[in-house]
Structures are given as structure tokens and as C-alpha cells.
Design a binder for this molecule. Structure first.
Ligand SMILES: [Fe+2]
Length: 224
């Protein structure tokens, strides 16, 4: 400590909580999700038109995902976890009860990156609690890190990259965090034969209800 004038910041820095849950889930859970992804993943091109996007204006980003409505129909256990055990685990990390979303598509999505051309768009979250259950393991060798800006003014990928945390999740880990202030994206994979898959879960809360969700986001994510 070199300066006696230094004061700790008022706000918490970005932080996350990881539960190691994969070995506690019913056997074959990841395989069932990947089977549904092979059959039902939809290819979309994301355009950053909503207020929470942090991309350059003309960005066009290819994405593969399975919508929550499909997950509800094919793998109802995902919604049992979302509304039950996973919600309880998330609530242990915050001071208020969490709220499920009004629609299945807003609640859950299975996001897939295949090969080196895809990434997940840079954005800030509107929801105060994000849950991420990883099906695959990412390393510095495979790529696919979750890249989170330290600078809360970062407004595109270059701004995030200028000073970022890189998180390499492992299969079976369940992450929870609040990323309403820190822009973040998922970097591309570095190998043609690599795949990245994650089940995403959105929760709102009394202090940040679902009405905070930006206009246009559902249309971009689900084509509705
Ligand atoms: Fe996010």
C-alpha cells in the first residue's frame, strides 16, 4: 500500500459463484442436451439493435441455440432445475428471492458454438441473476472463454478486450453472476473440431423485475 489516501471502492467488483453440480445430476444429462441440440438447434444471425448490446453497429454474429420452448417439451427436467434446485442455489448468493421469467424462451436457452466462426454477442445483461450450466470444458487451447470487461464503460468487443477477465468454464460447473454493469461476450473457439455448449438461465428479482428487459431482445434471440 503506497498511498494513505486510497479508499476501497463503494461498489463490489464483478464476481461470480461456481457450484460443481455435474456429478450430482442424473446420469446422461449432458448427452441428452447435446442430442436435443443436434436435432433442434436453430441458426440465427444476431444484429445488435437493442439497448443492452455492446457491439459495433453493423455487426452480424452467427449463433446456434435451442429455445426454451423446445427444452420444456423435450427435456422438462431442465425447467424443474430452473424453478427448483438451481434457483435455490442462486438465491444463496443474493439478498432477495429470485423470479422466474414470464416465458419459457426467456427462462432457458441452450447455446452452441461449433468450430471457429461463432461467438456469443457482446452485451450487458438486463437480468440481475444469470445462471450458466456448462456441458463442455474450455481451455486456453480450445478457446471459448467468457470474456468480461473490467471497465464498466466498455461498449464493444475491442473495449472489453482492452482490460478483461477471461473465464474458462468446465463441464458440469454451474455459474451464477450479475453482469448488468460489465459488458461480456464469448470468444470464438480456436479449433475446427471444438464445440462449446451451455444451458443459460435468466432470473429477475423484486429490485430488478422483468420489465427491465430491453425491447427487441426477444426478436433477436428467438425470432419472435
Ligand atoms: Fe449475458
Amino acid at each position: 500500500m503506497t498511498s494513505t489516501a486510497w479508499q476501497p471502492p463503494q461498489e463490489l467488483p464483478f464476481h461470480w459463484h461456481v457450484y460443481d453440480v455435474g456429478h450430482l445430476l442424473p446420469g446422461g444429462w449432458a448427452g441428452e442436451l447435446l442430442d436435443v441440440a443436434r436435432e433442434h438447434a436453430v441458426h440465427r444471425v444476431f444484429r445488435p439493435t437493442m439497448t443492452t448490446a455492446r457491439e459495433v453497429a453493423d455487426a452480424r454474429i452467427p449463433m446456434h441455440s435451442v429455445d426454451g420452448e423446445v427444452l420444456r417439451r423435450r427435456l422438462p427436467w431442465t425447467f424443474q432445475l430452473y424453478s427448483g434446485w438451481f434457483k435455490e442455489l442462486a438465491e444463496r448468493t443474493v439478498d432477495e428471492k429470485l423470479q422466474e421469467t414470464a416465458t419459457d424462451n426467456r427462462a432457458l436457452s441452450l447455446n452452441i458454438q461449433d468450430g471457429i466462426t461463432m461467438r456469443y454477442p457482446c452485451h450487458v445483461d438486463s437480468n440481475p441473476m444469470q445462471g450458466l450450466l456448462y456441458l463442455t470444458t474450455c481451455t486456453e487451447e480450445t478457446g471459448g472463454a467468457l470474456v468480461v470487461a473490467r471497465d464498466r464503460a466498455a461498449h464493444d468487443v475491442a473495449g472489453v478486450d482492452a482490460d478483461a477477465m477471461r473465464i474458462y468454464p468446465a463441464a458440469g460447473q454451474l455459474y451464477f453472476f450479475d453482469a448488468r454493469r460489465n459488458a461480456h461476450y464469448v470468444e470464438p473457439l480456436r479449433r475446427d473440431d471444438a464445440m462449446r455448449a451451455v444451458l443459460t438461465m435468466n432470473y429477475y428479482s423484486p429490485s430488478c423485475p422483468e420489465t427491465a428487459r430491453p425491447a427487441g431482445l426477444d426478436e433477436q434471440l428467438f425470432g419472435t
